[in-house]
Design a protein around this ligand. Structure first.
Ligand code: BES
Ligand code: MN
Ligand code: ZN
Length: 470
């Protein structure tokens, strides 16, 4: 979708459909022969959030969109109402949509309208006929210049949609190799890739153990971005990219196994966030580290009881081959620290337990440092990506103590599975402030208003906001 901004009034644009918002207790700001206000006065157009009414005036189609109370209108509400508009506009055959930006709203609200529109309009049709009812262009009309805000928001949304593309691709197409190729296409960053031999040679015994069962060669993808004028700490963004998680020898039940093509969602978020940060030329330094591999059963697979040595030197007893994400991440976190990361955040579809705890509404946030956790919480709130903090505590270390090695990858006690997984990761973060987002619930099929079924692109916007706030 092309996105442009103008200070012309909506009727002066070439839009076939014009959206005019109306707040509770307010009237239509610029009417067209009284048609819109009459619709509101008759009760046909309602002011509640997401309420929509259609009319025609002066040869144009108008959508009157309820915005709810002005005091409640935040960027997230802007995304939500924009998504409702997309649904109706598509039904009506809209090709060029013009939003009349409500008076006295901030750049963040304008960004919300743009993001909500682009994110809601996303479809994944790589293996289907292309869609015919797509909106082709979005115009933002405001009294002041909203060009910069809308362009930046469109950039971020397009990278979220790229992450969704990566997630939605089937595992036979999106292999670790294919993911590394996508990373190499990013502009404004330096990309280094290690293959299976490189990963083994680097001493990454935990990552290598997960990869050894598959014919697909793994990839360790490092993406470095150095923004001009950057002064803050080097940010380490780490992502789990298990392009298919069958569970390995500890194989998963068949029913939902196909969903495990989404087990690369953390890696996709890191990859596309780096792309967005570079496109926006944010003044930060970021090292993205993505561990990409399949987890499959074969005659070469890791086995329950196997003991491996991580790059950090910690020995790990693999008592469940389905707890593979933490094995991959252990070596990726160590790698990020070796690259000089001074703040760490990892994103991973790590545990089913987190889906039980928080559902698909919030990602689990666990952190070793309160200031860094607060930065992640605030970035998520600005982005409209919810996260909720859960505790880490030394007492949980009892659960991951190894019998034959330093630690086990799967605690015998199934309680607090999302926490013990994080407690495992913490062993590989040294004294670097670290936060972990368990996105197992939020990464796909999360039923958010502006997120179509399938890959949600969750995390891209939080990571961009985190870089903006750093
Ligand atoms: N990728 C899964 C976690 C997952 C489950 C993501 C459901 C999305 C939806 C992860 O690799 C896994 O299998 N975790 C195990 C860990 C257990 C064996 C300690 C789990 O959650 O069951
Ligand atoms: Mn698993
Ligand atoms: Zn997994």
């Amino acid at each position: 979708m092309r996105v442009t901004a103008t200070t012309d009034a909506p009727p002066a644009t070439d839009a076939d459909t014009i959206v005019v918002g109306v707040f509770e207790d307010e009237g239509i700001a610029h009417d067209h022969g009284g048609a819109l206000q009459a619709l509101v006065d008759s009760g046909e157009a309602k002011r509640g959030l997401r309420k929509l009414a259609v009319t025609h005036a002066e040869g144009r189609r108008y959508l009157v969109a309820g915005l709810g109370g002005r005091g409640d209108f935040d960027p997230e509400r802007a995304r939500v109402v924009a998504a409702a508009v997309v649904g109706r506009a598509k039904e009506l055959g809209t090709k060029t949509l013009c939003w009349e930006v409500p008076h006295h709203v901030s750049d963040a609200h304008v960004a919300g309208l743009v993001e909500g529109t682009l994110l809601a309009a996303y479809t994944y049709r790589e293996f289907k006929e292309p869609e015919t009812d797509g909106i082709e262009a979005l115009v933002l009309s405001a009294h002041h210049d909203v060009g910069a805000a809308s362009t930046a928001a469109a950039t971020v949304a397009s990278f979220v949609n790229r992450a969704r593309d990566l997630q939605n691709k089937p595992a036979n197409v999106l292999t670790p190799t294919a993911l590394a190729e996508r990373a190499s296409e990013l502009e404004g960053v330096r990309v280094e890739v290690l293959d299976g031999d490189g990963i083994r040679a680097a001493g990454m015994g935990a990552f290598a153990a997960v990869a050894q069962g598959s014919y697909e060669d793994p990839r360790l993808i490092t993406i470095r971005y150095e923004g001009e004028g950057a002064t803050g700490p080097l940010l380490g963004y780490v992502g789990k990219a298990v392009t298919f998680d069958s569970g390995g020898i500890s194989i998963k039940p068949a029913a939902k196994m196909h969903e495990m093509k989404f087990d690369m969602s953390g890696g996709a978020a890191v990859l596309e966030a780096l792309g967005a940060i570079a496109a926006l030329k944010l003044p930060v330094r970021v090292a993205g580290v993505i561990g990409a591999t399949e987890n499959l059963p074969s005659g070469r697979s890791m086995k329950p009881g196997d003991i491996v040595r991580s790059k950090s030197g910690v020995s790990i007893e693999i008592n469940n081959t389905d707890a593979e994400g933490r094995l991959v991440l252990a070596d990726c976190l160590t790698h990020a620290i070796e690259l000089g990361a001074e703040r760490l955040i990892d994103l991973a579809t790590l545990t089913g337990a987190m889906v039980v705890a928080l559902g698909k509404t919030h990602a689990g946030l666990l952190a070793s440092n309160d200031d860094w956790a607060a930065a992640v919480e605030s970035a998520g709130a600005r982005a409209g990506e919810l996260n909720w903090r859960l505790p880490l505590h030394a007492e949980y270390d009892e659960q991951i103590k190894g019998r034959y090695a330093d630690i086990v990858n799967s605690p015998a006690d199934r309680g607090a599975g999302g926490i013990t997984a994080a407690q495992f990761l913490k062993r590989f973060t040294g004294d670097v402030p670290w936060a972990h987002l368990d996105i197992a619930g939020t990464a796909y099929d999360n039923k958010k208003p502006y997120t179509p079924n399938g890959g949600a692109g969750y995390g891209v916007r939080t990571l961009v906001e985190l870089a903006r706030g750093a």
